[in-house]
Ligand binder design. Sequence first.
Ligand code: NAD
Length: 251
Amino acid sequence: MADMIEQIANLMRLTQNAVVVTGAGISTEAGIPDFRGDKGIYRQLGEDRVMRIINIDFFKAHPDQFYSFYRQYFKFPEVEPSPAHKILARLEEQGMIKGVVTQNIDNLHQQAGSRNVIAVHGNAEEFICMNSHCQKIYDHEYFADNTETVPHCSACGAVIKPNVVLFGENINNYIGARQLILDARLLIVIGSSLTVYPLAGFVNEFCTLAKDLVIINKGPTQLDYAARYKLDVGVGSTGEILEEIYRKLQR
Ligand code: NAD
């Protein structure tokens, strides 16, 4: 492990062009469970059921059922960014990484101070008016204070939706996310099983370009075979691994 950490730090120093891709696993150390882990809703309720409900067609047809599910299962605990989020922000500030493409909707990279963040699945802190001529954005307080089963826009009266990408919707900034990943010389994937598309597809495409892929994850991912270095977090933490890389880079 120590050897690999040294090699990864060397690669980052050499290339000066690393991009980071993150999934739910980077936020478990901040206190937000992933979907597939022991406490995750895929395990508790079954992946098919969850995917059927957090779907744009279901939302449009049954907004009341959607919101009762959402209120029950999608309330993220109020947490602070983890050490891993904070180190990524510092590495960006020092020019060691160019940006972060994340599947997470918890806003923790932005809170930690990362600037170039592409949140392809949106931001659960926000809600958006479904009327395409309005699209007013609301913060979480507006939703929390709202007593309606299905909250509505105060400007035009249309239904508002969590500003996250539901199944059946296009991801945010598809072109920008793909480009940032493909332009990287070194791609570091943290806390993603690389099963969710299209982001996993961008990482796959990156691998065809004969550049360096590093994966830091608890357990296997779909692209372990393509990684130059795969670090299994095991009983340790991603925060500790990134801290170690950071320390080596400061020498
Ligand atoms: P995933 O659930 O497919 O993969 C998460 C991976 O992280 C798993 O392989 C898990 O073993 C690993 N992991 C767990 N703890 C870790 C740790 N401390 N360090 C390193 N790895 C760890 O997640 P995904 O690929 O991101 O896709 C799930 C979908 O769920 C995404 O679309 C995402 O939007 C959404 N989601 C987001 C959040 C969030 O915003 N925090 C939380 C849950 C789910």
